[in-house]
Design a protein around this ligand. Sequence first.
Ligand code: SF4
Length: 322
Amino acid sequence: MSILLDVQDLVVKFRLRAGDLTALNGINFTLTPGERMGLVGESGAGKSVAGFSIINLISKPGFIASGRVLFEGEEISAYPLEQMRDIRGNRISMIFQDPMMTLNPVLTIGTQMVETIRAHSRVSAAHAREIALEKLSKVYISSPGKRLGQYPHELSGGMRQRVVIAISLLTNPSLIIADEPTTALDVTIQAEVMALLLELCKNEQMGLILITHDLGVVSQVTEKIAVMYAGRIVEQGPTAHIVTSPHHPYTQGLIKALPQGSEQQRRLYQIPGMMPNLTSIPAGCAFHPRCEQAMDICRQEAPTLCATPQAQCLVACHLFRS
Ligand code: SF4
């Protein structure tokens, strides 16, 4: 089976006066062409850093300290900035939480789309406009011709995110990295946008990395999940297994916190405590201060990823040491 993306032992640090802080601590995963994966965890888990580091979009003082990222067989983590720019927005597209981070408020949608197309390929303005119309139709934007002449502020939030998705499709990428793409939208619009992303990925055979805190969203869209905590992957495997039979106490807590019925919706479960700050990650298993099953060894030794008893998932927890 061919591999689209291969992230190997990736370590990202932030250089501060007090010393280097480790934001990503040796993560590994692969993606095959057209495969959809979720990176899940609370704020500060390192999932956005992981997503950005794939396309080397870590802003200073952050930097990739070690590890490799291979995309379509090329070691893109070793590329100079210019070559990396060619990959970004061309073969790998990024969708951000807030559409206004992507859209320029003083340019019409048409100008932005035509400029993006012509920055990546030698086509006439008229042909670029045709491509823009085709992509807007693909994301089910009503009256696409009219939208090309409008400014971002003239569109609703849901429509703006559809435009951003259309822009991400302009160069026919083989991978989309979507960072909390629906968090800023109403619940009903969220479901529509996620359904659209799923349909596009299936139709266009695009790989997807969906970064989100919402296990519910991920379970509807992805085929596999990596759960992150304090810069590490703590559980990884097929979505169906992780959602129905989570092993790691943190994943179990995330699932318990999902609204499941009217009674639970009134009193949602909360994992006790908070995600540790990068400056004070606890020794041993970083989750131990919040874990109801913590043992002595958990305070001393960081667990590594091991296959679960049924070997369908990987889990980093001393309860499953082989
Ligand atoms: Fe809990 Fe220990 Fe497992 Fe960490 S290693 S999740 S503290 S049982």
